[in-house]
Design a protein around this ligand. Structure first.
Ligand code: AMP
Length: 464
């Protein structure tokens, strides 16, 4: 299968060639032809599989092939024309033709950038990101250009819908990207409201790590006669990522191990995951003092600061990014060679997303988890989820004093990241637990994996 064989608009083919892509990935080879035919899609595929192009290329193809509804006239131009006729300009809401919903701002920006790349030779087609954390006047200005493509996080999009700034009557394509994650984050009602505001005639494409449970039910409800595509290839199984576990005795041992790992010369760039935002800040500070080009990335940072940090990572100025789960979604920096789980993730699915930050675009990667002996059960849960065992590795000179505690069946519920982490002895240098106050967790998904909204506190990502 080649991109040429897919019958794509020449301007899109040109952009794909310039992106350096030789052949479609597995998900693209299946999704693009079906989407071009106008089919609804329910796709299970992991991040890193090339899913963004799988929905954006056919969406651009549709826009490029159809006669524009508004002949490219922006609301500003319409207003100017009205003024020229001596009339008072009427406010016109944006009428996008493609809407992509994403769980996080980072992913929304990632999708917008990818859209600009694949649409770089389709100059009349504009894509705009509508996300929380951005000033409203700036967004109003972007919407006034009447973009064909909106990429949005649900909360902020609803704000604009409610104030009459967006009208979905011309919408042709609705994409839900990382739908499972949107449900986990409590966006189920928002998604249903947005879907209800779009025309019945729309084409719907839903992408998710899994189609099981609640996400499968919602997918079935909002799609019509959808083609189901399940990608279980090497990329989905992360076979290009070497995974390993290092057991640690206590926090001091963990920190020595981390320092050792970061001095590995095969590291180009690394992402370290911590359980809390505070730990991310503290660890990034400590690593900076230790001489690493490190930076933190978490949900308490302003969007501008997050973007600057990601840009520095892309430019290679930041070598070590210390991140929490939510902020790290959507990071697509192909030069990330290593992922280090300083704390294990809260849920096994997050492990898969975390390690997917490396080994991108067909490269190899290394994913190391630093695990306290009592957390062995959590490693087992990850192994059950990924259906892969993770080998235990030992570094000469940094061997743990104890071997791992055997996993006890039936005790796996309710564990939290960082639980069982060894404490530094008085006077011992501890850089991950600052004095005073309980560490803040990256809040949001409070344990209900079916995505049912368990309370008002669920949307605490500053999405609005
Ligand atoms: P995604 O799963 O959409 O986040 O994409 C993962 C990475 O794969 C991104 O860096 C894309 O630029 C890259 N990519 C997407 N499609 C292809 C392709 N057909 N060939 C090579 N790389 C690709």
């Amino acid at each position: 299968m080649t991109f040429e064989a897919l019958g794509l608009h020449p301007a899109i083919l040109k952009a794909i060639n310039e992106s350096g892509y030789k052949d479609p990935t597995a998900v693209q080879a299946q999704a693009i032809p079906a989407a071009i035919e106008g089919r609804d899609l329910m796709v299970s595929s992991q991040t890193g599989s090339g899913k963004t192009a799988a929905f954006m290329i056919p969406s651009l193809h549709l826009l490029a092939s159809a006669v524009p509804v508004d002949a490219g006239k922006t609301a500003n131009q319409t207003a100017q024309a009205a003024r020229a006729r001596g009339e008072r300009p009427r406010f016109r809401p944006a009428q996008p033709r493609v809407l992509v919903l994403t769980p996080t701002r980072e992913l929304a920006l990632q999708v917008t950038n990818a859209t600009e790349k694949y649409g770089s030779h389709l100059r009349s087609i504009r894509a705009v990101a509508i996300l929380g954390g951005m000033p409203y006047p700036k967004q109003m200005q972007l919407l006034s250009r009447n973009p064909e493509i909106l990429v949005a996080t649900p909360g902020r999009l609803i704000d604009h819908m409610e104030s009459g700034k967006i009208d979905f009557s011309e919408l042709q394509v609705l994409v839900l990207d990382e739908a499972d994650r949107m449900l986990d984050m409590g966006f189920v009602e928002d998604i249903e409201r947005i879907v209800a505001a779009t025309p019945e005639t729309r084409q719907t494409m839903l992408f998710s790590a899994t189609l099981d449970g609640m996400v499968g039910k919602i997918a079935a409800r909002i799609t019509k006669n959808a083609q189901v595509i399940q990608i279980t290839g090497a990329t989905a199984r992360h076979e290009n990522i070497q995974q390993k576990v290092h057991f640690v005795d206590d926090l001091s041992h963990k920190n020595r191990m981390l320092d050792h790992l970061l001095r590995d010369e095969s590291i180009d760039q690394a992402v370290i995951f911590t359980a809390t935002k505070r730990d991310a800040d503290t660890l990034a500070d400590r690593l900076t003092i230790a001489g690493f080009a490190a930076a933190a990335l978490h949900g308490d940072m302003h969007q501008g600061a997050r973007n600057r940090t990601l840009d520095s990572m892309r430019r290679g100025q930041v070598k070590v990014l210390v991140a929490t789960d939510v902020a790290a979604r959507g990071i697509d920096v192909p030069t990330i060679t290593h992922v280090i789980n300083y704390d294990l993730p809260k849920f096994p699915e997050d492990y898969v997303h975390r390690i997917g930050r490396t080994g991108r675009a067909g490269r190899n990667g290394v994913a190391v988890s630093l695990v306290n002996h009592q957390e062995n059960m959590n490693v087992k849960r990850i192994e059950r989820f990924t259906k892969q065992s993770i080998p235990v590795d030992v570094i000469a000179g940094l061997e743990p004093k104890r071997s791992a505690a055997p996993a006890r069946p039936g005790t796996g519920s309710g564990w939290k990241p960082g639980d069982g982490r060894g404490r530094a002895k008085p006077g011992q240098r501890s850089f991950s637990k600052p004095a005073g106050g309980a560490p803040r967790r990256e809040s949001g998904y409070g344990g209900n994996r079916d995505g049912a909204n368990t309370g008002g506190a669920r949307r605490s990502y500053g999405d609005r």
